[in-house]
Design a protein around this ligand. Structure first.
Ligand code: NAD
Length: 487
């Protein structure tokens, strides 16, 4: 695919129509590699948000989608997944141009996962076990009718993968959807909607609107009483706004939010595994990953050895054009975010931290015009520093030391966030002990970023509200109904 294949104008999809913003407003989507203009995008108004809800409402109340059998819906969702596979190269390049994600990751991880999300939930609906309780002359069972109209609000850091983590279960369980992708990365959601319609998804079942929150397009998506579910992935601060808006109508919200996860390295860990995994856990995706192990806790007895290896590996990572298959880290998403990340590194030094690698924006010929920041490792901070407590969402690792297992766990749990925990040890008793006491929605032992879609996904504390995945998605996207009959 060449640059000429990028959709230069992105409109909303409302019902079967591709439309501009009601007041004609637009915003620009830029390539973070060089700041060039990729597309002009409809800047949705509250009126546009309402119109999309109208369309989703009609498709739910009058359309065939909720009435279809799970198998009929699954057949269509499989066709959409097949079409995603057919367009994999195109979607991967769009993702890489729009968000700066490396082409290796887009092509081999995220776009394949988009198709997997669709297939998994398409099949899950038919295969999930159901409850039935015979009790004397009473028989009780559970129905799972779709909830209705779902607002899906997604972030920029894994755009289509996270959008379809919401859209796929919502559709599979028979709901209709209004998707609002992040304004930084509108392109793959737009192309996905085109592909889905071509693959047979009925019009109105998936609506896509673009723009911002507050009084703009996302306003009605969170505050309109005709919305039955809100599924949100984004920052904990935005989550508060969404929860407030939803409360007025008692609309259930599933919120997957920020993280500041601890990655604990014990002295008995296999460093040949722990070092590369820990590099991936903070610098993969440029640290713009909610699950990043952004607080690295290293047992003091191996601290020197581990840090020497970790910093050396970090310094060798290739940072550059995300379209190059050899690149490990592309640019950060936008100038404002680059300033935020650089600001945290300055703050860390004011707080007494020492930058042992990285720490200066990259501006050489390979990075000119782009929003590039190197892998950065900071020591000398304590867990109560602002740098160690707040989500930076960039390639910045804060290294803390510890002596005992209890101390490590206390530091790990001493955070307002509770999304993930990562741990490297050869002592399995210790691993299970910690997993049981860790304040985290997900714990990875001697690995990172593995996802089985049957498992609950979400966070504790300000990292999340509710869980999605497998049966947890069914709980959220349906209205479980108890039925009892006297025989
Ligand atoms: P963000 O909160 O700024 O935006 C997320 C989405 O919410 C965007 O579509 C945005 O336009 C929309 N939005 C903003 N204000 C709104 C409002 N008032 N009402 C309705 N919608 C509104 O987050 P971001 O910068 O796009 O993404 C990064 C954040 O997402 C990080 O905090 C990261 O940890 C988190 N994240 C969490 C997970 C997870 O699964 N827990 C996954 C990915 C990202």
């Amino acid at each position: 695919m060449t640059t000429t294949d990028i959709p230069r104008t992105v409109r909303h999809l409302i019902g079967e129509n591709w439309v501009d913003a009601s007041d004609g407003s637009t915003f620009e989507s830029l390539d973070p590699h060089d700041g060039s203009l990729l597309a002009t995008v409809a800047r949705g108004t509250a009126e546009d948000g309402s119109a999309a809800i109208d369309a989703a409402r009609v498709a739910f109340d009058d359309g065939p989608w909720p009435q279809m059998s799970p198998k009929e819906r699954a057949a269509i969702l499989h066709s959409v997944a097949d079409a995603v596979d057919d367009h994999r190269d195109e979607l991967a390049l769009l993702e890489t141009r729009d968000g700066g994600k490396t082409i290796t990751q887009s092509l081999h991880a995220e776009i394949p996962r988009v198709a997997h999300n669709l297939r998994f939930f398409a099949d899950y609906v038919s295969m999930a076990a159901n409850e039935a309780y015979p009790d004397g002359d009473l028989l009780s069972y559970v129905l799972y009718p779709p909830a209705g109209v779902v607002s899906a609000i997604s972030p920029w850091n894994a755009p289509l993968m996270l959008a379809t983590w919401k859209v796929a279960p919502a559709l599979a369980f028979g709901n209709t959807v209004v998707l609002k992708p992040a304004p930084q990365t509108p392109l793959t959601a737009h192309r996905f909607a085109e592909i889905a319609l071509e693959a047979g998804l009925p019009a109105g079942v998936l609506n896509v609107v673009h723009g911002f929150g507050g009084d703009e397009v996302a306003g009605p998506l969170t505050a309109d009483p005709r919305v039955d579910r809100i599924t949100f992935t984004g920052s904990s601060a935005t989550g508060v706004h969404i929860l407030r808006a939803a409360a007025a109508n008692h609309t259930p919200v599933s919120a997957e939010m920020g993280g500041k996860s601890a990655n604990i390295i014990f002295e008995d860990a296999d460093l040949d595994v722990a070092v590369p995994m820990s590099i991936r856990a903070i610098f993969g995706g440029n640290g713009q990953v909610c699950l990043s192990g952004s607080r690295l806790l290293v047992q003091n007895s191996i601290r020197e050895e581990f840090l020497a290896r970790f910093a050396e590996e970090a310094g060798k990572l290739v940072v550059g054009d995300p379209k190059d298959p050899d690149t490990f880290m592309g640019p950060l998403i936008e100038q404002r975010h680059l300033e935020k990340v650089a600001g945290y590194v300055e703050l860390a030094q004011e707080e007494g931290g020492k930058v042992i690698t990285g720490g200066e924006r990259l501006t050489g010929p390979a990075h000119a015009g782009g929003f590039y920041y190197p892998p950065t490792v900071i020591t000398g901070l304590t867990n109560d520093s602002q740098t160690a407590r707040e989500e930076i969402f960039g390639p910045v690792e804060t290294v803390l030391g510890f002596d005992t297992e209890d101390e490590a766990l206390r530091i790990a749990n001493d955070s307002p966030y509770g999304l993930a925990g990562i741990l490297f040890t050869d002592n399995l008793n210790r691993a299970h002990r910690l997993a049981a006491r860790w304040k985290a929605g997900t714990v990875w032992i001697n690995t990172f970023f593995e996802r089985d879609l049957r498992l609950p996904f979400g966070g504790e504390g300000i990292s999340g509200l509710g869980r999605e995945g497998g049966q947890y998605s069914r709980e959220f996207f349906t209205e479980p109904r108890a039925v009892t009959i006297r025989l």
